[in-house]
Design a protein around this ligand. Structure first.
Ligand code: FMN
Length: 341
């Protein structure tokens, strides 16, 4: 199995925009959008990663012998760990990789299946950027989640027809993509959403709805009011708005408010098994990872994605062992400390 270090070294030889830094923290690529960075000064991406270091694990080895079980479920589907591949589009443009989005999506879906977890696919200006990945998910017996941009009604209707005929596990919509200038100015544009619009979307679906791009308690409550089955606490990896707070800072309040009624996922800067543990302790049911999973696919295809997730699984199991957690549900708030500096 390739280590995370080997994956990065190999990825570096296969792309020319992302530097594959030892820690993927948004510093070297500040403002590089298109590219792998965060928008504007890049402060949101940087903060996502930096704030995670303020959460510390409480070591506890007095709970007797433990064999940690990292398995979990998402919408009834068993997964080997509650960590998923985030939707990423524009692999050539953003990473400078010699790989098409089609190949990328196939590798992500296959790598996730090999690791017994779930891959998300993305969307774009042209309809086939949504329907292409969707049919790949169908070819894999529905093992994947597709993500739709927050189009005006016309764009949504075009895509929902394909969703209604597919076996996809769930539909996500990255409502924060309303902040992407390229999509705001496209022939069929994106827009910010209302509860009414999200309710209509939910009513048109026969699969769970995930609303991605929630950063406040109020917006989480609106997603709940619309009938969403899950939210992703996300700022799109810092790519849609500069100077926002990090996702780990807002997670706990959101999870406390709506966590009993919806599945809570989170993303933005999560890199290690320790980071996953911190998110779960603060109320998340699962974590999405973006850029590092992309590097794993660029480096070694599906095998790289599989190895990346297995490294995370081993790290998470180690943290669970050392903190007295036998199962994912044992990872509770008392297992971490949030430090001031
Ligand atoms: C190059 C790039 C492309 C992305 N494309 C999409 C996309 O098409 N749809 C989407 O919902 N999110 C997209 N995202 C955001 C990710 O899904 C995710 O929210 C973010 O990358 C998580 O942060 P991380 O990369 O620090 O783990 C993209 C992110 C990057 C870096």
């Amino acid at each position: 199995m390739k280590t995370m270090k080997e994956i990065k070294q190999e990825a570096k030889t296969k792309m020319n925009k992302c530097r594959a830094c030892p820690v993927c923290n948004g510093l070297a690529c500040r403002g590089e959008v298109p590219g792998p960075g965060g928008k504007g000064s890049g402060s949101t991406f940087v903060r996502n990663v930096a704030q995670l270091s303020k959460v510390k694990v409480n070591m506890d080895v007095t709970c007797g012998p433990i064999v940690p079980d990292t398995s979990s479920k998402l919408f009834g589907k068993e997964v080997s760990l509650p960590v998923y591949a985030a939707p990423i589009a524009g692999i050539t443009n953003n990473f400078g990789a010699e790989m098409t989005d089609t190949q990328y999506n196939a590798d992500i879906l296959d790598g996730c299946i090999m690791a017994n977890t779930i891959g998300f696919t993305g969307d774009g200006k042209f309809i086939d950027m949504f329907t292409g990945p969707l049919s790949m998910i169908d070819q894999r017996d529905g093992q994947g989640i597709c993500t739709m941009k927050p189009w005006v009604k016309e764009g949504i209707d075009l895509r929902l027809e394909a969703v209604s005929k597919s076996k996809v596990l769930a539909l996500a919509t990255d409502i924060d993509s309303a902040g992407l200038p390229l999509l705001r100015n496209s022939e069929i544009p994106v827009e910010t959403k209302s509860v009414k619009a999200l309710k209509e979307l939910k009513a048109a679906l026969n699969v769970p709805l995930i609303v991605k791009g929630i950063m406040t308690v109020d917006s989480a409550l609106r997603a709940k009011q619309a009938g969403a089955d899950a939210i992703v606490v996300s700022n799109h990896g810092g790519r849609v708005l500069d100077e926002t707070v990090s996702t780990i800072e807002v997670l706990e309040d959101i999870a406390e408010t709506v966590g009993d009624s919806m599945t809570i996922l989170v993303d933005g800067g999560f890199r290690t098994g320790h980071d996953i543990f911190k998110a779960l302790a603060l109320g998340a049911d699962g974590v999405l990872i973006g850029r590092p999973v992309s590097l794993a696919a660029i480096a070694y295809g599906p095998q790289g994605v599989h190895d990346y997730f297995m490294n995370l699984k081993n790290e998470l199991a180690d943290v669970m062992l050392m903190s007295g957690c036998a199962t994912i549900s044992d990872i509770t708030r008392d297992k971490i400390t949030v430090v001031k500096d």
